[in-house]
Design a protein around this ligand. Structure first.
Ligand code: LCS
Length: 393
């Protein structure tokens, strides 16, 4: 069924699906590493690109392709590239778009390893990186150098919840000939479509909202530019960062409920945020749905809703946060986010442990910061769990 002119929910269910000879309603798992050619000429035509047939699963596979087509439609892009993990997506993008002597500007608050791989690995290949507060658009402009190739932003940022103006970054990217890459993991295409605001590339850790069930790791990249698409697909295939057919099948199932999961989690998150905001032991809270968030107005212009991620600190600082994490029962103390279950974690010692203490502080990742990913349980139960744990914190 043609879905390009259909609504988001219809695309979630039907985009990318294809009919096979059995009339399978769900896209089957094509668990094969390689595909037979009818004859030598067909093999040569597949390799030269003359025919679009499948060759080898690292290069392409029907189950993976169905997911790539679906996500490309959900992000209003040209094509999708599925990867083994979110980091597989990030490193494929870096590898494709950066080279020796080039420079990348990145949000200073990003997922720890997305920064770590630039500081510890790409630096060995003479790639230069500047980490700046991209919520301050003048700082972004001031960081552009003659060798800058990529502007990489995460919005909302993990774990500070800082928001960056995608359209303003896109204007700088156009003026200075940069490629604008947006990590859209915290919003998913249901809440935010960066390509519509002028981004060139959008990527996700599929592990989070897109799959939504804490049962697989995966990643994806979508671009609207055929030339950029070719470069990134080449890097992904040559580095072997491909998704597996069974992973793709799981994601194809998980993503169908993206909109209803996000609506429900967001409804809960709004209640949780108001509860925490008024609690005497909560020193501060960052949630885009609260007026106290410094960029709550900007959030309204580029996000359909505030989502279900938040960070907060307690008046008793790090030790009180630690006691809170040790005393919750319904919320699970675990990294990752965006699943149906509520999760709590401490970024400074966990997801962002790889980032130096000075860089963490500069990026606003304070020691007292607790990150909360609100699930789809009953809001009353999540709040009552927090109430009990806060008594002991
Ligand atoms: N981008 C963001 C914004 C992320 O939060 C993560 C993982 C990644 C990329 C990397 O994706 P992965 O390779 O794990 O699929 N964030 C994690 C987190 O906050 N806790 O555990 C993983």
């Amino acid at each position: 069924m043609k879905t390009t002119d259909k609504g988001f929910n219809t695309k979630l269910i039907h985009a990318g699906a294809f009919e096979d000879e059995y009339g399978s309603v769900s896209v089957p798992i094509y668990q094969t590493s390689t595909f037979k050619f009818k004859n030598a000429q067909e093999g040569a035509d597949c390799f030269s690109g003359k025919s679009g047939g499948f060759i080898y699963t690292r290069i392409g596979n029907p189950t993976i392709r169905a997911f790539e087509k679906k996500i490309a439609e959900l992000e209003n892009g040209y094509e999708g590239i599925a990867t083994s993990s979110g980091m597989g997506a990030i490193t494929s993008v870096y590898m494709a778009l950066l080279g020796a002597g080039s420079h990348i500007i990145s949000s200073e608050a990003v997922y720890g390893p997305a920064r770590g791989v630039l500081e510890q690995d790409f630096s060995r290949f003479n790639v230069e990186a500047s980490f700046v507060n991209t919520s301050d658009i003048e700082k972004v402009r001031a960081s552009v150098k003659p060798n800058t190739k990529v502007l990489y932003i995460e919005t909302p940022a993990n774990p500070t919840m800082d928001i960056t103006d995608i359209a303003a970054c896109s204007r700088i990217a156009r003026e200075c000939n940069l490629i604008l890459v947006v990590d859209n993991t915290f919003s998913s295409p249901y809440l935010q479509k960066p390509l519509d605001f002028g981004a060139d590339v959008v990527l996700h850790s599929v592990t989070k909202f897109i799959n939504g069930h804490a049962d697989i790791v995966g990643g994806v990249i979508v671009t609207k530019d055929p030339g950029i698409y070719k470069r990134i697909r080449h890097s992904m295939v040559y580095m072997g960062c491909n998704m597996d057919p069974t992973q793709a099948f799981m994601v194809l199932r998980g993503v169908k409920t993206l909109a209803i999961r996000i609506e429900r989690a967001q409804e809960n998150a709004i209640k949780v945020a108001f509860y925490l905001q008024s609690h005497p032991k909560v020193a501060w809270i960052k949630y885009p749905g609260l007026e106290s968030h410094p960029q709550s107005q900007l959030a309204k212009t580029q996000m359909k809703g505030p989502g279900s991620m938040m960070s907060f600190g307690l008046t008793g600082g790090f030790n009180a946060g630690k006691r809170l994490m040790d005393n919750v029962h319904l919320a699970t103390l675990a990294v990752s986010l965006g699943g149906v279950e509520t999760l709590i974690q401490h970024p400074a010692s966990m997801t962002h442990a790889a980032v130096s203490k000075e860089s963490k502080l500069a990026a606003g990742i304070s020691d007292d910061l607790v990150r909360f990913s609100v699930g789809i349980e009953d809001a009353e139960d999540i709040i009552s769990d927090l109430r009990d744990a806060l008594e002991n914190a």
